[in-house]
Write a protein that binds this ligand. Sequence first.
Ligand code: OXD
Length: 375
Amino acid sequence: MQARFVFHLLLIGAFAAPAALFPSHLIAQSAERAAQLLGELDVPEADTPVREHPGWRPPVRVLVGGGGATPERLAELQAVAPGVEIVPIRPGQAAQEAVATADALIGTCHPALLEAGTSLRWVQAFGAGVEDCLASPFIRERGILLTNVQRVLAPAMAEHVMALALSLARQLPAYRDHQRDGLWRRAGGPEVTLQGRTMLVVGLGGVGTEVAERAHAFGMTVTAIRNSDRPGPPTVSRVGQSAALHDFLREADVVVNTLPLTDETRHMFDARAFAAMKPGAWFINVGRGATVVTADLTQALEAGHVGAAALDVTDPEPLPSDHPLWRMPNVIITPHVAPNSEVNIDSRWALFRENLRRYVAGEPMLSVVDTSRGY
Ligand code: OXD
C-alpha cells in the first residue's frame, strides 16, 4: 500500500511539471501499464453471460468511434472479433447510415447514432457518466445493453481529488501567485494537514472507493454516502444512505462529491445541504456539475460558510468567464480534466477490446450500467 501510494504522489508531481520534463518513455510504456491496470482495477463483471441478455446474437457489424481510434487499436479490436466487420467512424462521415445495420457501437453514445441504430444491441460508452446516453430514450426503450468505463477512470479521478485537497490544505494556488511575482512570502492563511480530518465521500462507487482509499492512507477518517445498504470497504468508517446526507455533512471537514447525474442526484447540493456543512468545511466536486445548485454554492462561499471549493465540474460547463466563482481566492477550478491521464486512454481501449471479446463469445460483460438507476 505504501509503495503504491508513493507512486501516486510521483505522478501528481509529473503532471504539474512542464511537458519537456515529462519523460516520453513513461508515455510509451502506457499501453503496457494500461493492460496491467485493467487487471488490477477490479472492474465489475456481470453475474450472467451476455448470451442470456434478451436480443443478444453474435455481432456481424460493430461501429467504433471515440477518441484514440488508431489503426493499431482498431486492429486489436479486429483480432478479438475475427469475422466481425469493424467499422471506424471517420470525421465528416455520415455515420447514421453506417450505424443502421450495426449490432454494437463502441466509444460513443451520440444521440443521433442511437436513434439511427435500430439494430443496436450493445453500446460501450466512452466515459463513466452516461446521463447523455440515457437522456436519449432509445437505450431504455430498446433494452440496449450499456457498458461504461467507470473503474478505469477512478484512479486518475481519485488522484485529482487528492491533488485538489492538498492544494487547498497547503495553499498552493496562493504560492503559485507569489511565485509568478517572485515573492518569497507566506500565503497568509494557515497551512493545514489532511491528517486527522474527516472526509465525507458522497457517492461510494468506483471513484468514491478509490478516493476513500487514498484519503485513509493520508490519515483521514473517511465517511461515505451511497445509494444502497451495502457495507463500505475497510477504509470507510461509517456509511449512510442519501437520507442521512445532511447528518453526515455536519461532521465532515472535506466533502467530496463523486455523484453521477440522475433524477435523484440533480441539485442534491443546494442551499440546505451547504447550510448543513460544518462552518469552514471544503467542498470538492469531480462528479457532475448539475448535482450542485451553483448559485447556492457561490452564496455559501461568499458568506464564508463553505470555507473553500475545488471544482472539476460545474453547471454550466464551461463556466462563463464572468462567473464570480472564477475570482474567489478560496476556489480552485479545473476544466473537467479529473479523469484524464496518459494511461486512461489505453486502459479505456483495453476495456473496449476485452468487452468486445466477451460480447462476441457471449461471456459476462464488464462495467455494465444499471440503466434504471442511471449509473
Ligand atoms: C466521464 C467524464 O467519463 O466525466 O464521465 O469524463
